[in-house]
Design a protein around this ligand. Structure first.
Ligand SMILES: C=CC1=C(C)c2cc3[nH]c(cc4nc(cc5[nH]c(cc1n2)c(C)c5CCC(=O)O)C(CCC(=O)O)=C4C)c(C)c3C=C
Ligand code: FE2
Ligand code: FE2
Length: 334
């Protein structure tokens, strides 16, 4: 019997047309782990405000991002799946799924079932655990396999912030950039989360302050602490000094407070302090997507230059780097 591997990323629209983008936003944002408010207000917010108004704006962004092969988040996922399958050989069946849109987790699990696997390793492709991402993937996997007559043995990789191969891939990509330019500051920008999602996780009474700079068993699943830990591990490997490094959070949606500091504030502060050349990292994502290429790579670059900076570069994402393929291959073995 084969061993199954289910790689899962967030998801992306089927096309960059407004209709498909709205459909994607509706499915994504109606997930109660993503917008964690009661169903009726969530439905009204998503269907009457976000999808109609944000849909066309997001579609324009997706049109800029789109390549011949489609959305990078998806085609890099497909390339990763093929490479990991190749590494693991016929003893394993490796499948890619997306939490939202296609290919669905349900279809991915059916593919594994048809291949008669007797165990499944689930790898949500999010380095840090958050209920909105990894938690949602796990819930959807359990909802599906829970209906099977024979429930396979399941193993879940719930975070991999301290995985050496994951860290080393980012380090090598950064070192390539650092050979070319003498950066005077290093900004690590992570996807943000509403503050209440950290409090709701109830982890060691997180105060959303300096507590998150210490990482250990007690706050292992605090998303904010995992982000600070990712920065620390990458900065140590790159030999950066504490004062050269900033951790910040991007992509706030709505009026509720999200975890701070916000990247937009920090980049202006850096420019005001006289920093001229910033190297930006996006280590909450393992492939190019809207949040890396456009938000960090373009929007923040423009804002930094406008604020007086001279150079802002983004460390390339992991995409199909050989070390990253090795990393996922190692995580897949069971
Ligand atoms: C309440 C809203 C959101 C939460 C919470 C959230 C958490 C979260 N998301 C990612 C990863 C990705 N998000 C992406 C896009 C994206 N995220 C939100 C909202 C929330 N995310 C929106 C509205 C969008 C779409 C952006 C737009 O339409 O302008 C993506 C990119 C997908 C792509 O196709 O490129 C990723 C990846 C994480 C890791 C996370 C929590 C930690
Ligand atoms: Fe998001
Ligand atoms: Fe904390």
């Amino acid at each position: 019997m084969k061993k199954g591997v289910l790689l899962v990323n967030l998801g992306t629209p089927d096309s960059p047309g407004t209709g498909d983008v709205r459909k994607y936003l509706r499915e994504f944002l109606m997930d109660g782990r993503v917008i964690d408010i009661p169903y009726i207000p969530r439905w009204l917010l998503v269907n009457l405000i976000i999808a109609p108004f944000r849909g066309p704006k997001s579609a324009k962004e997706y049109q800029k991002l789109w390549e011949d092969r489609g959305s990078p988040l998806k085609f890099y996922g497909e390339d990763l799946q093929a490479a990991v399958q190749d590494q693991l050989g016929s003893e394993y069946k490796v499948v890619l799924a997306m939490r939202y849109q296609s290919p669905s987790i349900e279809a991915g699990l059916q593919e594994l079932k048809s291949a008669k696997v007797n165990s499944i390793k689930v790898i949500p492709l999010f380095p840090q655990y958050a209920s909105a991402t990894t938690g949602s993937v796990i819930e959807e996997v359990m909802r599906n396999v829970g209906q099977w007559q024979v429930i396979p043995k399941l193993e879940i990789v719930d975070q991999f912030v301290d995985n050496d191969l994951f860290l080393d891939t980012f380090v090598e990509n950064a070192q390539e950039m650092m050979k070319e330019h003498d950066y005077d500051h290093f900004l690590f920008s992570y996807h943000g989360l509403p503050e209440r999602q950290i409090y709701k996780a109830g982890i060691s009474k997180c105060q959303l302050g300096s507590c998150c700079e210490h990482y250990g068993e007690a706050n292992k699943y605090c998303y904010r602490a995992q982000c600070f830990e990712t920065t620390r591990l990458l900065a140590d490997r790159l030999g950066l000094k504490k004062e050269q490094v900033t951790t910040a959070f991007q992509s706030r949606l709505g009026k509720d407070p999200w975890i701070q500091p916000y990247t937009e504030d920090k980049l202006k502060e850096l420019a005001e302090q006289g920093h001229k050349k910033v190297l930006a990292f996006s280590p909450a994502f393992v492939a190019d997507c809207l949040e890396t290429t456009l938000e960090v790579g373009e929007t923040y670059q423009e804002e930094f230059i406008e604020a007086g900076g001279e150079r802002w570069d983004l460390v390339p994402s992991l995409n199909t780097e050989q070390k990253w393929i090795e990393c996922v291959t190692e995580m897949s073995r069971h």
